[in-house]
Design a protein around this ligand. Sequence first.
Ligand SMILES: O=C(O)c1cc(=O)[nH]c(=O)n1[C@@H]1O[C@H](COP(=O)(O)O)[C@@H](O)[C@H]1O
Length: 268
Amino acid sequence: MSTYRQRLKEVVAARGNLCVGIDPHANLLSSWGMPLTASGLETYCRTIVDALGETVAVFKPQAAFFEVYGSAGMAVLERVLADIRAAGALSIVDAKRGDIGSTMEAYAEAYLGKDSPLAGDAVTLSPYLGFGSLMPAFERAVAFDKGVYVLARTSNPEGGQVQLALGRGGSVAQEVVDAAKELNTRARTRAIGLVVGGTHGSLGIDVSDFNGSILVPGIGAQGGRMEDLPGLFGAAFDNVLPMVGRGILQAGPDAEALRRRVSTFLAE
Ligand SMILES: O=C(O)c1cc(=O)[nH]c(=O)n1[C@@H]1O[C@H](COP(=O)(O)O)[C@@H](O)[C@H]1O
């Protein structure tokens, strides 16, 4: 199998550079006329993948919204990941996992394991128990041609309290960026990516020579704008994967309306 970065490059070249969030908010299910049950959740997700699966490059299902429905919800997540794969798109499971190394082994197996039903093409990780504690996930990503996205500078206004605090070599977020870059270089991989929100006037970190994919949430409903990304990311813009959830989903459930909204974001 080709590496995550190669697959990402190919699908983005063919379909355009956009990641669509599959965030089954209760208010969206209700406004789409779907019940707040596991079966409503499945219809909602299927509607998105049926409408956009063959045109959008990457989908990011948010695990929390599936956990709400217990084991039935997690079974839906497994099927949605299979549907995304069948449509020829890539998936990033947004689980934001991070734990002490020994427990991280199990999270890594669940979300990056070779044959795990919950494994997509990539997973989001939180480094705030220490970047090195994520090593079991990094190892599996490299071994199984998957990707990881490590939270560096998140889109929410509260994030700066921790991420912009001064660590040993600049801000905590900058340490995460530098550690991820160093690991990509050392392991001769591009599997380690970053999450950097697109909601900030300036990033407050330097990602200009980062050597992996940069997932950029916060576009649309949180106020970030596609047209600001080249200025915000400068030399790193080629590595940016913009991500939109509600900004697109609010156009549903009509398939044509969803596709039009995707085209608008891609054109911007
Ligand atoms: O890791 C993420 O995906 C993430 C990081 C971040 O800094 N900000 C952020 O909004 N997200 C996720 O990105 C999605 C944003 O959705 P919308 O605000 O609806 O576009 C949600 O699933 C968030 O959990």
